[in-house]
Design a protein around this ligand. Sequence first.
Ligand code: GH3
Ligand code: MG
Ligand code: MG
Ligand code: MG
Length: 328
Amino acid sequence: SDELRIRAQTAHTMGIDELLRADQRGEEGGQIMLVDGRANSQERIIKALKPIGNVFAISDAQAAVFEASENQFDLVIVNSNIDDYDPLRLCSQLRSLERTRFLPLLIITEQGDDEMVVRALDLGVNDYIVRPVDPNELVARSLTQIRRKNYNDRLRANMQQTIELAVTDPLTGLSNRRYLDNHISTLFNRSMARGRPLSVLIADIDRFKQINDTHGHDAGDDILREFANRVRSTVRGADLACRYGGEEFVVVMPDTSPEIAASVAERLRGVIESVPFVVKGTGEELQVTASFGIASRTPQVITPGHLLKQADVALYEAKNAGRNRVVA
Ligand code: GH3
Ligand code: MG
Ligand code: MG
Ligand code: MG
């Protein structure tokens, strides 16, 4: 049912068709940076591009790199007429900087300078125009790049959202089991490589079925959300907290010794036990407890699965010993 929930949610995010439609609605009016060494050339290009965007013209290449990484441009046009600076070096800098690497680049070259064109394309420059610049061609090529960038931006944002949904538990907002299963090996391997401790905690709400049966499933959901909040506010930012199953939560704690893990679990146990849980719908206050199993990486524990298994065995012992306790 977690699978279904994820699929239903992903269907709500933008599909490819919708992205294309948004693209065709034509949200033109891009922010264009023009790096050009000549005032009269700048003027002509600004005039030509007026219908499709705002042009920010600049003649200093070094300043252009700075401006491009500080601002949100949709296109950078580099005229090879710039003074005292290799235009291809400028393009290559823009391609390699984190903040500008996806910016469309269009270069204006001298007629017959095939070598520059080849090298520019090789650097990842998206398109080129040969002087004398034909205004219509400039507009057409610029527009193509701006549209492509807008489309890619939306696709990237959409992808990020889809990934986030796929690894988040919709009820509590914690990471889900899928994320933990993928990520725990990274934390495990890092801990091994650095010779640092790593501990995990499994928490399972006591007699949760009874809470559901007595107060209803919605009340149960409220408890789960509040439980997740208490987990979240008890662990550190570096810890990975997730909802592992129905009423079961796992926290992976890097750089955490068995002793510290035990104290974290004990603190969380207390935070659950000592403050009643309020059911939103009815205002009822419920006493909730949970049982905890903890385990730490040792030379004998060589896989993340093994580590989780040990914590699960400890949890089982905690249940058998009477619940509302921590077992290592
Ligand atoms: P124990 O102390 O041994 O852990 O007993 P328990 O009742 O907590 O354990 P059991 O595994 O028998 O029951 C877990 C219950 O959690 C059963 C299931 O209906 C409920 N549950 C699982 N997921 C959800 C959920 O998303 N919302 C609600 N409200 N209940 C859930
Ligand atoms: Mg159970
Ligand atoms: Mg339980
Ligand atoms: Mg359970």
